[in-house]
Design a protein around this ligand. Structure first.
Ligand code: COA
Length: 330
């Protein structure tokens, strides 16, 4: 039995925050942001919209497109760094409830921007072992709730949104998740971190006053490790599977920064027409970035059944992951 990515869906909030909008409240410019990041605008969730609300809308679309009965879903996983609640219930439980899935196992995973590809690795194992048959994966983020809008080095980068996929058992290898590589190295944990509101610096007035609840990032250092790691990831997974860049139909990298994507793409000789770029319109949506990008490629008609996708991602932890996936949807 193989695991197949049968469908994809996404949701983006209506509100758009442009680079020009930032010019009104921080010392920055549209020109600087576009030149350093490639980002032009990002979506921001409404005040009363939580991560699970966006995740549920993306999930509904993925379930509809897979053409399965939601009662046949036996596992729901959600990757997020901006859960509705810090400890419990999990965002996966809330999404299950909003979508109407009862009695399925449900839990969140914490792997920052690599979360969606980490979940693919787990879904593949659950299905190949015969333990589960239909799995709902959701990458959803309300990162605007973790961003310090006075810190110009981070606030311009992130946006909100959600993506979801259905992974089902199949006997057809031509629509299977071929391989997933996922790794981590905690020695870099301080370079990209939300220090507060966990057990180390609890959500108390003094820690909130010090703004420890917000994302802190050593941008320049993250940038260098990201380029190096994302490139190595692709080289390794292609080599392990005896494939070349030319064998890949569509390259879908994590959408953090256009310069990072371009550095990796050029090193590996992926043509622009085979690469998906959504960073200009959404910014970095962390765990939602890869499924949102797959969704846009699908809706633009760039993804057909059996196409070989190469996914490549990197995030806080540090975590990183790549995947070779034959698209199983219609
Ligand atoms: N507008 C204008 N100037 C800004 C700015 C902004 N939004 N943000 C930072 N700057 C300034 C800095 O203060 C610094 O000024 P100084 O030289 O007077 O001190 C200058 O620009 C250069 O800062 P630096 O951090 O070296 O810029 P950079 O070229 O590395 O670009 C990032 C900054 C954040 C865009 C870039 O480092 C980056 O994208 N890093 C990776 C981030 C990422 O992808 N993280 C998620 C991984 S999943």
């Amino acid at each position: 039995m193989y695991a197949s990515l049968k469908s994809i869906g996404s949701y983006v909030p209506e509100k758009i925050l442009t680079n020009k909008d930032f010019e009104k409240f921080i010392d920055t410019s549209d020109e600087w942001i576009v030149q350093r990041t490639g980002i032009k605008e990002r979506r921001i969730a409404a005040d009363d919209q939580a991560t699970s609300d966006m995740g549920a809308l993306a999930a509904q679309k993925a379930i509809e497109r897979a053409g399965i009965d939601k009662n046949d879903i036996d596992l729901v996983m959600c990757a997020t760094l901006s859960p509705d609640h810090l400890c419990m219930p999990s965002t996966a439980c809330l999404i299950s409830d909003k979508v109407g899935i009862r009695n399925a196992m449900a839990f969140d995973i914490s792997a920052a921007c690599s979360g969606f590809v980490y979940m693919l690795s787990m879904a593949k194992a659950f299905i190949e072992s015969g333990a589960k048959k239909n799995i709902l994966l959701v990458g959803a983020e309300k990162i605007s709730s973790l961003v310090d809008y006075t810190d110009r080095g981070t606030c311009i980068l992130f946006g909100d949104g959600a993506g979801a996929a259905i992974i089902s058992a199949t006997e057809d290898k031509n629509e299977a998740i071929i391989d997933v590589h996922a790794s981590a190295d905690g020695k870099y944990s301080d370079l990209l971190i939300t220090p507060g509101c966990g057990s180390k610096y609890p959500c108390r007035a003094e820690n909130v006053k010090d703004k420890l609840q917000y994302i802190k990032m050593a941008g320049n250092e993250v940038f260098k490790v990201a380029v190096r790691t994302l490139t190595k990831d692709v080289v390794d997974i292609l080599k392990t599977n005896n494939l070349k860049s030319e064998d890949v139909d569509i390259f879908i990298p994590h959408q953090a920064n256009l310069r990072i994507i371009e550095a990796v793409r050029n090193k590996l000789n992926f043509p622009t027409e085979k690469t998906v770029f959504t960073v200009a319109k959404y910014g970095n949506t962390s765990a939602a970035s890869i499924p949102m990008a797959i969704n846009d490629a699908y809706e633009e008609g760039r993804l057909k059944k059996g196409d070989l996708m190469l996914l490549d991602t990197f995030g806080g932890g540090f975590t990183w992951a790549s995947a070779l996936v034959k698209f199983g949807g219609n």
